[in-house]
Ligand binder design. Structure first.
Ligand code: F3S
Length: 754
């Protein structure tokens, strides 16, 4: 399954690239720098890149996509005209399975309900050489760790927790579908050279503490924004002593502090994991260049000199933590929970304990949790809360079943959900959630925003290690501290839980009957991709039309958005998720969250053709039907939030020609450029005030469109008066070609003769 020849090629160039980078930078290198510089599109580094400043082109080794985001990524890729993907890529069906009854029933229901989407993903994968992991095979990040991640590699994935692969020493980064499409088409991938945060782990985990507590502690220190624009590199004796999957948990939740990604240097634990998961050959190759798969020795000896920020955590003193509710950075050590819960009036009765997810479903996690479940019968206890398990992969599920763990969990009344995201992504039909009662749950997932798990805004979710979740579910009490407290058993005796114990890896090895993998056809040229024209969920894309070669005259002002306008305001999520593969249907949410400057209402704008007020998408469709282009005007940091390309594709699809704002969020600005839109900024921000509700707008200067050269906008007001304003742009030569061609993809299409 894994591509050994690709890994070999990466490792062969590693020593030379690292040496060139060391010379260019002029000092010893961190691991992060080694991996990044070893993946420059340009080849050897010739100069150092400034952290937090320079944009750099990289050539990632792999792409991974989950089913919700893969749809648009692949629909775009199909337009690129390539016969096959340029780098090894995989699709994972994990986000669309609702957890309700049990794994078997839930999986069958999902396979029926989303058949069309699954069939589409399977056939596109088959055609273009993409590995396909069927529904039930597991969660993208666990499957990637088990099969594809490798020390020193670089990958991108269309999911924010792609960062999980840092547990195997990768630089793995979450992106939007358009970026995945580019890399699969063989284009460079751009990233601002990240800042570096070093986390030194001293001491050793013991007793009730687990790797999860490291990241819960780090989240408490750095907060949800503290890692923004940075890669977190962990090192020290505590890091080396930890299991590879434990490292994965820590990297996974790096997404919760906003970090670009997190990583660890190659060590014995990674070698053990590679061998246990059938990749002895990769371990051997990594051993051969081990010195390059960790930082230069001077770096960890004097981290303050090489990292932008350094944090030190003594694992021997670390306490188990509970983070939440409603935010993953509200960290409370278990010993303080009694007073903190009382002070905040949090309900202390634990209703449900949920373990698993992409964050914490390793064999080690489950074996340690099961050591606690066993004590329920041994000590005459009764489990107070409901308990659920979502295994991260079929390989883990099969192995823990074989080893009797699922039987033990069954004895405490546990429900095993499908190997999928389920409750972690709100795909949990929890009985009674609609009553919206205040209640407490504990889980070993990563996010705990309001409504995330069961849709109930009053469910308070606390994040903890699987071990602590199990103990709290047994006790049924959020304030139970298993280190000091006792429980009353059925006979009325006071008993204490023994600390968890388990196995880093299965003693009898991993096993699986059907991992759920479908290899692509060797030659996919004959494979037909079927999308029914009547489908509500999928729609093939038509290439966007090329620029007509003239200035744009008579554009109607569609909306002048006031204040915050994030990608959620431009293209809402929630119920719209199901249309992620159907551009026309999802376009019915275009800008419905944006506030109209002129009446302060959302989704209510003036149709200049009729003078009537109506929803944004319908108004824009009326302009489109009349063959009239339009322009969207926005405020500061327009398009902040996710990298969702729908926020750029929808306006493009419906005929908006330009977006003019005070400032852009960088990723959204790039997405607009990629889709062939004009992304413009006011040269003088005060000109925002000059835009009137009935304006027809001309964009002048496009025939001489050039980098660094402002364009002119003529605002033709309804009273016959005019204003002329200057607008800036950040298009380089290449991006101007995207605009002229109608989209970046149209250029790739030409390259491949489509
Ligand atoms: Fe899925 Fe939750 Fe992970 S949604 S990919 S299990 S963060």
């Amino acid at each position: 399954m894994f591509d050994l020849s690709m890994i070999k090629a990466v490792y062969e160039r590693f020593p030379g690239r690292v040496a060139a980078a060391r010379k260019a930078v002029g000092r010893p290198l961190t691991l992060t720098e080694k991996i990044l510089y070893a993946h420059l599109t340009q080849g050897d580094a010739t100069a150092a890149f400034a952290r937090g400043k320079d944009y750099v082109d990289f050539a990632p080794d792999r792409v991974a996509m989950q089913d919700a985001t893969a749809q648009m990524a692949l629909l775009q890729f199909m337009q690129a005209g390539r016969a096959k993907v340029a780098v090894p890529s995989t699709v994972h069906c994990d986000h669309l399975i609702v957890a309700k009854d049990n794994s078997k029933v839930d999986l069958e229901r999902a396979v029926n309900e989303s058949k069309e989407v699954y069939d589409f993903l399977a056939s596109v994968s088959n055609k273009y050489g993409i590995g396909f992991w069927k529904p039930g095979a597991g969660i993208i990040h666990q499957v990637v760790l088990e099969n594809y991640a490798f020390p020193g590699g670089m990958m991108i994935g269309t999911d924010s927790h792609t960062v999980n692969a840092g547990g195997l020493g990768m630089i793995a980064i979450g992106v939007g579908g358009a970026d995945a499409c580019d890399v699969m088409a063989g284009l460079p991938w751009e990233l601002k050279m990240p800042k570096l945060i070093g986390v030194k782990l001293t001491g050793k985990l013991n007793g009730w503490t687990a790797p999860k507590d490291v990241i819960l502690k780090v989240a408490g220190i750095l907060t949800v924004k503290g890692g923004t624009g940075a890669v977190v590199e962990y090192f020290g004796e505590g890091a080396v002593a930890m299991s590879c999957t434990g490292k994965g948990t820590i990297c996974n939740m790096g997404a919760e502090i906003g970090a670009t990604t997190s990583t660890f240097g190659y060590d014995e634990s990674m070698s053990r994991y590679l061998k246990a998961t059938g990749r002895e050959a990769v371990a051997e190759l990594a051993d051969g260049i081990a010195e390059h798969l960790t930082a230069d020795p001077e770096v960890y000896a004097n981290p303050e000199q090489y990292f932008d920020q350094v944090i030190e955590i003594n694992l021997s003193e670390l306490e188990p933590h509970l983070n939440g509710p409603f935010t993953p950075d509200l960290a409370t050590p278990i010993s303080k929970m009694k007073e903190v819960a009382a002070a905040n009036n949090w309900p202390t009765k634990v209703e449900v304990g949920l373990i698993g997810s992409c964050t914490n479903s390793s064999y080690e996690d489950i074996s340690r949790a099961v050591s606690l479940a066993k004590q329920v019968a041994e000590k005459g206890l009764k489990t107070k809360a409901e308990f659920t398990i979502t295994p991260g992969s079929e390989q883990v599920r099969y192995t823990i079943e074989r080893d009797g763990f699922l039987d033990t969990f069954a004895q405490i009344g546990a429900t095993v959900f499908a190997n999928a995201c389920g409750p972690c992504i709100g795909m949990w039909e929890r009985m009674g959630a609609e009553k919206q009662e205040r209640n407490t749950i504990v889980h070993s997932f990563n996010r705990n925003f309001a409504k995330r798990a069961d849709g109930n805004p009053n469910t308070m979710a606390f994040v903890a290690s699987p071990e602590l979740v199990t103990a709290l579910a047994i006790a049924g009490d959020l304030t139970f501290n298993p280190i000091t407290d006792t429980l009353t058993n059925e006979k009325g005796e006071q008993v204490k839980l023994d600390p968890p114990s388990g196995y880093e890896l299965p003693v009898r090895g991993f096993a699986v009957e059907d991992a759920g993998y479908q290899a692509p056809a060797e030659d996919g040229s004959g494979v037909n991709v079927i999308v029914e024209p009547t489908s509500k969920r999928l729609q093939l894309l038509d290439p966007f039309p090329a620029w007509e070669g003239t200035d744009l005259k008579g554009l109607k002002l569609l909306i002048k958005a006031k204040g915050k306008c994030t990608t959620d305001h431009i293209s809402m999520a929630g119920p719209w998720l199901k249309f992620r593969g159907h551009l026309d249907n999802i376009s019915n949410n275009m800008l419905i969250g944006a506030v109209n400057f002129f009446n302060e209402k959302t989704d209510n704008i003036k149709n200049q053709l009729t003078g009537e007020y109506g929803p944004v998408p319908a108004t824009q469709r009326a302009y489109k039907a009349a063959g009239i282009g339009s322009i969207v005007v926005g405020d500061e940091n327009y398009g902040e939030g996710s990298s969702r390309e729908h926020a750029a594709m929808e306006p493009r699809h419906l005929g908006v020609r330009a977006v003019l704002v005070k400032s852009f969020a960088r990723i959204h600005e790039t997405n607009l450029k990629k889709q062939g839109m004009l992304a413009l900024t006011f040269a003088d921000k005060a000109d925002y005030e000059k835009i009137q509700e009935d304006d027809s707008i001309d964009i002048v200067g496009l025939t001489e469109f050039a980098p660094g050269k402002p364009l002119t906008l003529v605002l033709n007001h309804a009273d016959g008066s005019k204003d002329e304003i200057s607008v800036n742009h950040t298009y380089n030569e290449q991006q101007i070609e995207w605009f002229k061609a109608g989209a970046a993809l149209n250029i790739i299409r030409k390259q491949f003769g489509a």
